[in-house]
Design a protein around this ligand. Structure first.
Ligand code: HAM
Length: 404
């Protein structure tokens, strides 16, 4: 039998309801924060990700679903959403328009990683990107929005934050870090030794215990920030304190994508095992320019939907709509008219088979209707309908003309 590919999952019951609930909740909150929904293609030129996520990153170096299409173009399935949104932003000349543009999206992302719990090869993200606002208050607002989303979904989290500096302070720090890494080079794993040349910052994030032991004394960027980056980072920390958000400073948080400047953050859950990052993001003030657009500050995040599904608390189901049934077939015409009238403002479940009152009540209950309304012989003769509120259990007979 043909099976789904390794690391790729169908989203079926009971996860499908949670999946839709996450998208709806996150989308509504993002709209309240002024974001508008956009879509970008799943397939992009490979070069886009090489230039934005970075050639030395694991995502681009090892994990891309890359191939040559029938026209000979080097393309790949998107491993993340930000690069495509920035490409779209520039292609649609939004960078030239100026002003602030806030957008949200969701959809599948593809990374050829080794599958394990919480790590898939096809997974879904919900993401937001804000262009044109350079203030650190926007970084804070994005963190607050993620808090609102997780609170609404009933999910607990811790926040890790760091600053990755800017072109003014990062190069100096980098030199400093490289000097230190060269001193401890022999004790580092092979990957780290290679990264000293290709991407020294990523060494800080190595998962090998012996490397982490050696990195204890490594210089941290937050001590080498320039005045502006330092002031912004202090403001962010002050705002997080003032709003009592559960954050910790993590100077080794470097993220797996190369485009970040200044703020970087991750939301982690302690309830889902090793793959604990449930959302990640930060500022990327250089990326628009780097991909050929007008210099535009930007900040954003994405959350991994599959990683949070087991944590989502579904809201209590509320009864909704009216069930309409008959106990005598002569009442069917009345029910059809009534159903049509009622559908203008509520959900209607019309049943066209005559049944006993007990059977109608059972069916209405199973469908989750708020009201069960039935016409029997007596009601038909009197021009009335029998109505029961299945929530309050209240019963009454009302004139069909006045049944609103
Ligand atoms: P990211 O940290 O690579 O950031 O991914 C964001 C989230 O996607 C992660 O926190 C995790 O929940 C989920 N995720 C990542 N990889 C997998 C996987 N293999 N299986 C399941 N879930 C996964 C980004 O992608 C950036 N584009 C975020 C961003 C937007 N930064 C600025 N704007």
């Amino acid at each position: 039998m043909i099976q789904a590919l390794r690391g790729m999952k169908d989203i079926v019951s009971p996860d499908n309801e949670k999946f839709v609930h996450v998208l709806k909740t996150a989308g509504e909150i993002a709209e309240r924060y002024g974001y508008e929904y956009i879509e970008t293609p799943l397939l992009e030129e490979t070069q886009l990700f090489k230039r934005s996520v970075g050639e030395s990153s694991d995502i681009v170096g090892k994990e891309m679903y890359q191939f040559i299409d029938k026209g000979g173009h080097d393309v790949c399935l998107r491993p993340e959403g930000t690069a495509g949104v920035v490409r779209m932003f520039i292609q649609n000349k939004l960078d030239k328009k100026g002003g602030i543009h806030r957008m949200y999206y969701h959809g599948p992302m593809f990374r050829y990683e080794r599958p394990q719990k919480g790590r898939l090869r096809e997974f879904h993200q919900f993401g937001c990107e804000s262009f044109g606002e350079g203030s650190v208050y926007e970084d804070f607002t994005i963190i607050l929005m993620i808090k609102d989303i997780f609170d609404a979904l009933g999910i607990g989290y811790r926040i890790k934050i760091n600053s990755l500096g800017c072109p003014e302070c990062m190069p100096g720090y980098r030199e400093h870090l490289i000097a230190h890494l060269n001193d401890i080079r022999d004790g580092l794993c092979e990957d780290c030794q290679r990264r000293i040349e290709t991407n020294p910052i990523r060494v800080l994030d190595c998962k090998v215990d012996s490397c982490q032991a050696l990195l204890k004394e490594a210089p941290v960027i937050t001590e080498k920030l320039c005045e502006t980056c330092d002031a912004d980072f202090s403001t962010l920390v002050r705002l997080l304190d003032a709003h009592a958000l559960p954050y910790e400073l993590d100077p080794k948080l470097v993220r797996g994508l190369d485009y970040y400047t200044r703020t970087a953050f991750e939301f982690v859950s302690d309830e889902i095992g090793a793959q604990s990052a449930i959302a990640g993001g930060g500022r990327y003030n250089r990326l628009v320019e780097f991909l050929g657009g007008r210099p535009t500050p930007a900040v954003g995040f994405a959350l991994g939907i599959e990683r949070i599904l087991d944590l989502v608390e579904m809201p209590e189901e509320r009864r909704e709509g009216i069930y309409l049934g008959v106990m005598v077939p002569e009442a069917l015409d009345t029910i059809v008219d009534l159903a049509h009238r009622k559908r203008r403002d509520t959900k209607v479940f019309a049943e066209y088979n005559k049944k006993s009152l007990k059977a109608h009540l059972k069916a209405a209950d199973r469908l989750g209707a708020e009201y069960c309304a039935v016409i029997g012989e007596d009601e038909l003769a009197a021009g009335e309908i029998w109505v029961k509120n299945l929530e309050t259990k209240e019963e009454k007979r009302v004139a069909i003309r006045e049944f609103d």
